[in-house]
Design a protein around this ligand. Structure first.
Ligand SMILES: [Zn+2]
Length: 330
């Protein structure tokens, strides 16, 4: 019976309910004064249950968006799972070079691949909490650094070895085909590679060209209509100065048009959905993430899909059936 490796152990793939496929549940606070990260995650996630969600995938790479440098705090995901009754699935990955921990930047491809495989089979760090998915594994804006290529190849090798699905991070939708070129070169199973953040371009042509190579795509920043993205940490070495950022607007109407068009052309079973919500970014999107939190997808975006002629069965394919297929391992 295929099962899904959650932070509390294996769960039958028929038990997941709807799945939030790309989130960062320990990155919900704008400041430590806002209480403990676990309390914040529990409060934010509980409303998902009444919207039919049973599972949340935390794709936080080492050292960013709420995952600590050694991954030790994945233990706290167990408490979130226990207190919410939701299944939590932890990913493992390293992020863009400028954000990656020193131990990762100093590692070779084999060493990184071994780390990811160990995270999936033994446990992340020394926690015993096994990763149930790989990702979000990142490439940069219009470029893939030597480190990012090493780490991406390592994640692909771990995909091949463990059979787990790999969820990627594209920076604003760039380098997506380069990611699949690497996947082909490493012999990864493209049916288990999900190219992420494809709603940061809103290009049906780009999405279809990736789908037609055999990969899946994620429309996973729903509600993030305004994004103000640091390409490198601001003042990483404590100095003043100017830092590279890329800001943009992508309307959810445009996202709904993109998804509806792809579903119309027969791709409903190759798309997953999520919000990629973080507390620090809610201020930029007060009418979506700021107002509705994790319920925005179910309460606002799904009706937008229905308005465009998408049927309930197709919505459940994207929210439940396809994620379950991706997360299940034999
Ligand atoms: Zn990302």
């Amino acid at each position: 019976m295929p099962s899904v490796q959650t932070v509390l152990g294996p769960v039958a793939d028929t038990e997941l309910g709807r799945v939030m496929a790309h989130e960062h549940v320990f990155s919900l606070q704008a400041g430590t004064w806002a209480g403990s990260p676990v309390d914040a995650a529990v409060a934010a996630l509980l409303p998902l249950r009444e919207a039919g969600f049973g599972t949340v995938v935390d794709l936080s790479p080492y050292g960013v968006v709420g995952r600590d440098d050694d991954g030790r705090n994945v233990l706290a995901l167990r408490e979130v799972a226990e207190r919410t009754g939701l299944h939590l699935v932890a990913g493992t990955a390293v992020y863009l070079e400028s954000f990656a921990p020193a131990w990762a930047r100093e590692s070779g491809v084999e060493e990184l691949a071994a780390r990811f495989v160990s995270d999936a089979t033994v446990g992340i760090g020394s926690t015993g909490v096994r990763a149930g998915v790989l990702g979000e594994q990142a490439t940069g804006l219009g470029a893939v650094s030597a480190f990012e290529e090493r780490a991406f190849r390592a994640a692909l090798r771990a995909q091949r070895e463990t059979g787990l699905a790999l969820f990627t991070h594209t920076t604003h939708g760039t380098m997506a085909h380069e990611q699949l070129d690497l996947a082909v070169a490493e012999g990864a199973d493209l049916e288990r590679v999900v190219v992420g953040h494809l709603d940061t371009q809103l290009s049906a042509g780009l999405a279809e060209s990736l789908l037609d190579r055999g990969a899946l795509i994620a429309v996973d920043t729903i509600g993030k209509q305004v994004w103000d993205f640091f390409l490198a940490p601001a003042g990483p070495d404590g100095t003043d100065g100017e830092f590279a950022k890329q800001a943009f607007r992508r309307s959810d109407a445009g996202r709904a048009d993109l998804v509806a068009g792809l579903v119309d052309r027969g791709y409903a079973d190759r798309i997953v959905l999520a919000q990629d919500l973080t507390g620090a970014e809610c201020w930029m999107n007060p009418d979506t993430h700021g107002r509705f939190g994790y319920r925005y997808l179910a309460d606002v975006f799904v009706p937008m899909l229905r308005d465009r002629g998408i049927r309930d069965e197709q919505i459940e394919t994207m929210l439940a059936v396809t994620p379950a297929r991706l997360l299940a391992v034999a």
